[in-house]
Design a protein around this ligand. Sequence first.
Ligand SMILES: Cc1ncc(COP(=O)(O)O)c(C=O)c1O
Length: 494
Amino acid sequence: MRAWTLGLAAEPAAGEATFVAISRAIAAAIRQGRLAAGAPIPGSRTLAQDLGVHRNTVLAALRELESEGWIETSPARGTFVRSTLPDATENAGRRARSSGRDPSKLGFPLGGLKVTDETLRHYGGKTAAHDKGVLALLGGLPDLRLLPRVVIARAHRRALGSAASLRYGDPLGDDKLREQLGEMLGRTRGIAQASDGLIVTRGSTMGLFLAASAVLQRDDVVLVESMGYRPAWEALRFTGARVVPVPIDREGIRTDAVERACAGGRVRAVYVTPHHQYPTTATLSAGRRMRLLELAKKHAFAIFEDDYDHEFHYDGRPTLPLASADTHGSVIYIGTLSKVLAPGLRLGFVVGPSPLVRRMAEVRTFVDRQGDLVTERAVAELLEDAEIQRHVRKMKRVYHTRRDALVAALGRRLGDVLVFHVPKGGLAIWAKASKSIDVEGWAERARKVGVLVQTARRFAFDGRAHPALRLGFAPLDEREINLAVSKLADTLRS
Ligand SMILES: Cc1ncc(COP(=O)(O)O)c(C=O)c1O
C-alpha cells in the first residue's frame, strides 16, 4: 500500500546538516504518533522525492535514526518504527500530550442538534447483528447471504465505467433510477407522480429528514405512533418540532386520537407506518385510512407515510399505500431498498407534491450535494433488466417459509408464554409475553448466549418496559430460527 505523504518539514537550522534535520523531523513524527510503533517508514526513494533531496541524504538520516533507537531495519521486510522507543510510547494520551494536543478537549460549546440518550441507547453505533455466531431474531434486516452480489457488482462496474455517474449531478438522483422507481411505484403501488415528484435519497432515513426539514418549523406539532420507530422521531425533532405520541391498536394509529390532537392546533404533520405498523405489524384499517386522509385535508397537515417493507406480503394482496388514494396532495411517501437489497447501499426514495420535492432537493444540495450516482445507475439497470424483481420474488418465498418456521417454533417452544397474530407480511412477528415475565432480563440473558431480540421498550415513547417482543425472521434460515428459539426458550427457563 502506498502510504500517505508524511508532510515532513525538514528545514535545517543554521549550520545543521540536511540529513540531521530529516532525522529530527522523522523522530518528531514518531513522537507525535503520526508514525506509530511498528509502522513502516516510507522507502528512501519515496522520502527523497517527497523532500526534494538526494537519496543518499535520506539514507544517512535513516542510519542516524537507527543508531538513536527510533527505527529498525529488517533486510527482508524494510524499515519500521521500533516497538520500544527512546522517549515515546504507543499510549494515545501520552502521545497527545507530547504534541500538546488533547483530542478529547472541546474549546467551544456544541450546537442544538442532539440525539436523545434513549435513542442512542437503542440505535447508536454498529449493530452486533452480523457478528459471527450471533443469531439475530431482528426485524429490520434482510438476509444478505442471499443477495445476488455478483450481478450487483457487475452492474456497479458498468456504472463506474461511465463518466456521467462520476460528475456533479442532479440532487434528485440518477434519471434512469427515478424513471424505474416511478414505474415500479405506478405498477405495484398505484402511486402516480410527476417526473420532478420523486427524489432518490440515502435510505429512507435521509428521505424523512429532508421531508421534515421542508415541512416543519420550530414548535410545530408532529404526531407519531406509539409504539413506533424512534429514529424517525429524532429526524422530526431536529426541525425543532414537538413530537407528540398517539396510541395505536390492532387497526394501527387511533384516528380518533389524531382528531383530538388536531383540535389543540399546530398539528402540521403525522408520521405513520400504515402497511405494517412498526413495530406491531398491524395494517391500518380501511376506515382509518380514509379518516386520516380526510383529517389531513381538513386540518392541512402532511402525512409522512413510511412504507419500509412494502414488497414482503405473503397472504392475500398487499394494501395499497395511502399515497395511492391521496387526491389532496397531503401524503409524502417514503420508501427504501434497504430490505429489498441491502441497508448498506443506502438507497431510499420519497414521492410527494413537486414543490415539496424541489425544496427537499434544494436542502439536499447543501447537505450531501447528490447521492451515490454510480450505485444509483447500477440499481437502475438491475431494475431495467428485472434482476431486482427476480430477487424480490425469490426473497418473498424465502421469507414466507421463514415466517412459518418462526411461527411453528414459537408455538412449540414458547406457546405457553407468548401470544401473537401471524403477520400477513413484513419481516417480523410482534409477540406479547405473559405479564409475569421480565422481558428485559430475558432479552439480556438471550444476548449473552448470542440471540438478539428487541423488546417493546425501545419502541415505547415513554421508554418504559412492556411485556412484548419484536422477533424478526428474515436474516436467519430455518435451522437458525429453530436454534435461536430453542436458546430463547432455554434462557427463559434457566
Ligand atoms: C420503520 C422503518 N423505517 C425505515 C427504515 C429503513 O431505513 P433506511 O431506508 O434508512 O435504511 C427502517 C429500517 O429498519 C424501519 O424499520
